[in-house]
Write a protein that binds this ligand. Structure first.
Ligand code: C5P
Length: 403
């Protein structure tokens, strides 16, 4: 991993069992040459001792705003940091951040900061799924806070589900890449004034009056991306194939059925759009001449002639002045190899890869982003969390190309 000798972070530890992973995280960050100043809440000290963290970082741990020997610790500590990372971030601390509370040293440091804030949520799956937590996370996302995880897996309580803190190695990698990113940071209305066109869902290609060819795409990822884009202030147009999902509020949604209908709708908007995200699982082939009436069986084999559908994303990416184009690749094997080849052949600045078997129709997913800088894994999480992380990445890339 690249050395970051001039970087300083505050590592905030809050009171959850995943606090034990913060020791390994601190060790990995220090190993990269990052100066780590640990700040712990009182609850965190029940899970891991300040002495452990001091030994790993070589600095006394910040614990209490009332024992402030230098005065104004919350101001000068946060001013000298390149980022504040909260790992683990409990549901309670997330709620505090979302409401701007500052009743202990760590929350005060966060409120007084003028640097990026990254949080690694860690909690029981029910606490993560609770609508209050989800509201708070949405608020933090709008406030430009970067979410690292959570992941899905076995939890300390013995249950299995979403809410597990990312592993220390993954967090260290993500923190390093955030520190070496441009000085650009995500802000609440970062995509204000940006027009984003999104395709979502499957397409349905008729065979006859009652039958057709389609796929198992639910549209959830595309709809989540539309919501995440709208949360960052973008003006979103969603072109959706047939799904069972409710139309997202505040987003212009155009319903289509076939790939050709989706293509026509995209053509109408593509030239006025700044960013195009092709999430739809567009059928590659359609039946050459669908029957108007239901085909009757007659004992013989039936042959359907299929013709290829237009590649909507390739069309948009090859416009004379194309929008910033983002493609998706669902592969069943050799994800990195096929995804990078697809990115190059379709001339895309950014391609989102996922394993088809773990993505289609499910509630959560795991993504790898491929761009000119390399690969960026987004560990397993629910689709809205991933969509928000993806939109933050798109916003930074898009800002980069428009500087
Ligand atoms: O080539 P492949 O179908 O794997 O590429 C997937 C990407 O291309 C997705 O972003 C999908 O939305 C887009 N696509 C498209 N039109 C097609 C086929 C795929 O826009 N006919």
């Amino acid at each position: 991993m690249e050395q970051q000798t001039d970087k300083r972070i505050i590592l905030g530890i809050t009171g959850g069992i995943a606090a034990y992973k913060a020791a390994e995280l601190a060790r990995l960050l220090v190993k990269q040459g990052i100066a780590v100043q640990v700040a712990m809440t009182k609850a965190a000290t029940h899970f891991i001792t300040p002495a452990t963290m001091q030994a790993l970082t070589g600095k006394p741990v910040l614990l209490d705003q009332w024992q402030d020997t230098q005065g104004m610790t919350h101001i000068h500590s946060s001013r000298s940091a390149d980022a504040i990372v909260i790992a683990p971030a409990t549901a309670d601390f997330i709620a505090k951040l979302a409401h701007g509370l500052a009743d202990d040293l760590l929350s005060t440091l966060c409120l007084a900061r003028d640097c990026p804030l990254l949080i690694a949520p860690a909690m029981n799956k029910q606490m993560w799924a609770n609508s209050a937590t989800q509201r708070n996370v949405q608020q933090l996302n709008q406030d430009g806070v970067t979410l690292l995880g959570p992941a899905s897996g076995l939890q300390a309580c013995g249950e299995e589900g979403m809410g597990r803190m990312l592993e220390a190695e993954t967090l260290a990698r993500e923190i390093a890449s955030a520190l070496s990113a441009t000085s650009a940071t995500v802000s609440a209305d970062m995509l204000h004034g940006t027009k984003i066109l999104i395709t979502a869902g499957p397409t349905y290609e008729p065979i006859d009056a009652v039958r057709g060819i389609t796929n198992r795409s639910s549209g959830k990822m595309g709809y989540a991306i539309a919501q995440a884009a709208s949360e960052l202030g973008a003006t979103v147009t969603l072109i959706s194939g047939p799904t069972a999902l409710a139309r997202p509020r505040g987003i212009t949604t155009i319903d289509v059925t076939t790939a050709n209908e989706m293509f026509s709708a995209v053509k109408q908007y593509a030239e006025q759009t700044d960013v195009f995200i092709g999430v739809a699982a567009v059928a590659d082939y359609r039946v050459a001449t669908p029957n108007d009436q239901k085909i009757k069986k007659n004992g013989d084999a039936l042959t359907l002639q299929l013709v290829q559908n237009p590649d909507i994303l390739a069309y948009v990416a090859n416009l004379p002045s194309p929008p910033f184009c983002v493609g998706f690749a669902a592969e069943s094997e050799k994800l990195a190899e096929y995804a990078e080849a697809k990115r190059r052949s379709k001339k895309l600045p950014l391609l989102v890869g996922n394993l088809a078997q773990s993505a289609i129709g499910s509630e959560d997913n795991e993504l790898i982003l491929f761009d000119d800088a390399g690969q960026h894994p987004l560990p397993r999480a629910d689709k809205l969390t991933l969509a928000r992380q993806l939109l933050q990445h798109i916003a930074l890339c898009y800002q980069g190309v428009n500087k």
